[in-house]
Design a protein around this ligand. Structure first.
Ligand code: SF4
Length: 367
């Protein structure tokens, strides 16, 4: 038959230059990658590698580690060598660690020009060392550490100030013929952040790393990031993303992947279509949806499972999904690919759905 058309997206990706972060391509139409950052002490090599392994298992594409001291810089070699995904060294204040990170085999280095005194004088050396090693750079402008000159000029970290800082630092690298960098202009306010990236995307074809900085605890941070990234990605802006949460980094990765899946920028996997419940519900929809979600966690196939509280929209949604239940009268009608396959007592709904899901998943994995 006809090959299935790719799922629709809200806008074509904006053309950007493609760079490499180790084995991961960023920009130039490469899939939008998901990043996170370790929270372990970088000097704790085993702890850091364990966290990187957990992030890798969660689907993280690129990981960043902080390099605040010489001991952290020393630890980079073991971490960069053993990590399964590319490692970016995050450097503030000390340019000498940039060179240490390049020597250690890191895939990329993040520099924050606002936090490196006399940064401009060091760009040439950094560009040469990075070029020789095939290492890319992120110019990471951050509202909280804006170049003092721009803070003085604009009074605060406005979108224009963030962009001026980024464009200036980019020009310094470009003057030395170095183009393998991406840029971020992060702010904790999604409105300022979105405006900054929009302005920046009009100024050049640099690949852009999206982030709402200090987005907050999981609930608020998830919403701020999803809103801001959604606004930008829906216009084709953004080549790699990092969700910042005051929560374990694996949570950041899950949120990042879910944002991309929601926008069809990454194939959807398991999707639970559950109703919000209402006065018509004859079962506890929340509990059903939660137990089904928990029971199917980690299932790595594109499966839509509908969990519906009653027969108003229940049969319709359940039919549209790969698998579903429409509940009522102490029973659940179980649908598979639009057909009612059985009716089970309420107490059996969750286990029946999980059983059917695993059965369908097994046939999908075979094909
Ligand atoms: Fe209410 Fe039924 Fe719709 Fe769920 S499916 S929200 S219970 S009408």
């Amino acid at each position: 038959g006809m090959p299935e058309a790719p799922p629709p997206v809200l806008a074509p990706r904006r053309p950007t230059r493609r760079i490499k972060v180790g084995k991961v391509d960023v920009g130039g139409g490469a899939p939008v990658s998901v990043q996170s950052m370790t929270t372990t002490q970088t000097t704790d090599i085993n702890g850091t590698l364990q966290q990187i392994a957990a992030l890798t298992a969660a689907g993280c594409d690129i990981v960043r580690v902080a390099v605040p001291t010489t001991d952290d810089a020393v630890a980079l070699k073991a971490i960069a060598t053993k990590s399964q995904i590319p490692v970016i060294a995050d450097i503030h204040f000390q340019p000498k660690y940039v060179f240490a990170a390049i020597d250690a085999g890191c895939a990329a280095v993040r520099v924050n020009p606002g936090n490196i005194r006399k940064f401009d004088d060091q760009v040439k050396e950094i560009a040469n060392a990075a070029r020789d090693a095939g290492v890319s750079i992120r110019i990471g402008v951050n509202a909280g550490s804006l170049d003092p000159r721009l803070l003085a000029k604009y009074g605060k970290a406005t979108p224009e100030a963030l962009v001026e800082s980024a464009v200036w630092e980019a020009s310094l690298f470009e003057e030395h013929g170095f183009h393998d960098f991406k840029i971020s202009v992060k702010h904790n306010d999604p409105v300022i952040m979105v405006r900054a990236y929009e302005l920046l995307s009009e100024r050049g074809d640099w690949p852009l790393h999206l982030g709402v900085t200090e987005a907050g605890p999981a609930f608020q941070g998830t919403i701020k990031s999803a809103t801001a990234f959604g606004a930008l990605l829906s216009k084709g802006i953004g080549d790699t993303i990092r969700v910042s949460l005051s929560a374990p980094p694996v949570e950041e990765v899950k949120v990042g992947i879910q944002i991309l899946q929601s926008l069809n920028l990454r194939p959807r996997k398991l999707e639970i279509v559950s109703c919000p419940s209402c006065g018509r519900a004859q079962v506890d929809v929340y509990s059903l949806a939660e137990r089904v979600t928990a029971g199917l966690e980690g299932l790595d196939v594109p499966l839509r499972v509908a969990v519906m509280g009653c027969v108003v929209n229940g049969p319709g949604e359940a039919r549209e999904a790969d698998l579903g239940v429409a509940s009522g009268n102490g029973k659940g009608q179980i649908f598979v690919k639009g057909e009612i396959v059985k009716t089970v007592p309420e107490a059996m709904i969750v286990e029946t759905l999980i059983e059917e899901a695993l059965r369908i998943a097994a046939t999908m994995e075979k094909t």
